[in-house]
Design a protein around this ligand. Structure first.
Ligand SMILES: N[C@@H]1[C@@H](O)[C@H](O)[C@@H](COP(=O)(O)O)O[C@@H]1O
Length: 261
């Protein structure tokens, strides 16, 4: 696992947008897995700016969702489908046809989950999967004690995650669904390059456990230690509980430029 410490969220967004740009120059129709939440927004802004300036051609990029709420009415502004269309697909100038996600309003949720895992595989697999992290260490919506081998499936949110996400629902926790569909941890680990971005003091403990703690389902993000090419990008505040911070800084400073992320 590579850990890169950046000064702030903007720098993290720029660094990861640069990695996406590099991928798209090698593979114009790359499948990009995108995450929701506040953390990845600087990535999407930086990438959209590169597209607008003509520095990046994203016209053949394909976008896929990490997770989704179950039971929100179609078109609800906080469904992750709506969020990804608004924050990623439209700013990049892509159409809905280049976008796929699990169907959170399906009557048969289990079938929708299986269909999504199949669709990801049939699309050739995810090339680069962006991830945020929950304060409880979740990735996607894989809450603590999710199986490290899990595939896309329905999960129940913890109270903590519903409290954290209530800000998107007018601070009314009763509006936050209890159930979600999420790519499983095994599904996420199938991506060729998972990149997790974490910013702010509130993520410092989860980051320390993810990077320096044991691989354990109680901290779902720690499963990234099992991936041969996982990158964790953190700002100074999110890095504040890392024991090996100086080592990570020195390693990145000495990294050959040709390696990229
Ligand atoms: N399902 C999403 C995760 O993918 C995201 O990483 C997390 C953190 O969000 P934020 O970046 O806003 O802290 O929120 C939600 O639970």
């Amino acid at each position: 696992m590579e850990v890169v410490i950046v000064p702030d969220a903007t720098a993290g967004g720029e660094l990861i947008a640069e990695a996406i740009a590099s991928l798209l120059s090698r593979k114009p129709d790359a499948l990009l897995g995108v995450a929701t939440g506040s953390t990845p927004l600087p990535i999407y802004r930086a990438l959209a700016a590169k597209v607008a300036s003509g520095a990046v051609d994203a016209s053949r990029a394909r976008i896929c969702q990490l997770d989704e709420y179950v039971g929100l009415p179609a078109g609800h502004p906080e469904s992750y489908r709506s969020v990804v269309l608004r924050e990623v697909v439209e700013p990049l100038g892509l159409s809905e046809a280049s976008f796929m996600g699990p169907d959170g309003s399906a009557e048969d949720v289990q079938a929708a989950c299986e269909a999504y895992d199949r669709a990801l595989a049939e699309a050739g697999g995810v090339d680069l999967q962006l991830l945020g992290i929950g304060t409880d260490g979740h990735i996607g919506f894989n809450e603590p004690c999710s199986s490290l081998a899990s595939r896309t499936r329905i999960k129940t949110l913890t109270e903590q995650t519903r409290v954290d996400n209530a800000r998107f629902f007018g601070d009314d926790i009763d509006q936050v669904p209890h159930h979600v569909i999420t790519q499983g941890i095994g599904t996420i680990l199938d991506a060729r390059h998972p990149i997790l971005l974490a910013t702010g003091e509130g993520k410092a403990e989860a980051v320390a456990q993810t990077v320096e703690g044991p691989v354990a389902s109680i901290v779902p993000a720690s499963a990234l230690q099992l991936h041969p090419h996982a990158t964790v990008v953190v700002d100074e505040a999110a890095a504040s509980k890392l024991k090996l911070a100086d080592y990570f800084r020195a390693t990145y400073a000495a990294k050959p430029g040709w390696q990229g992320l």
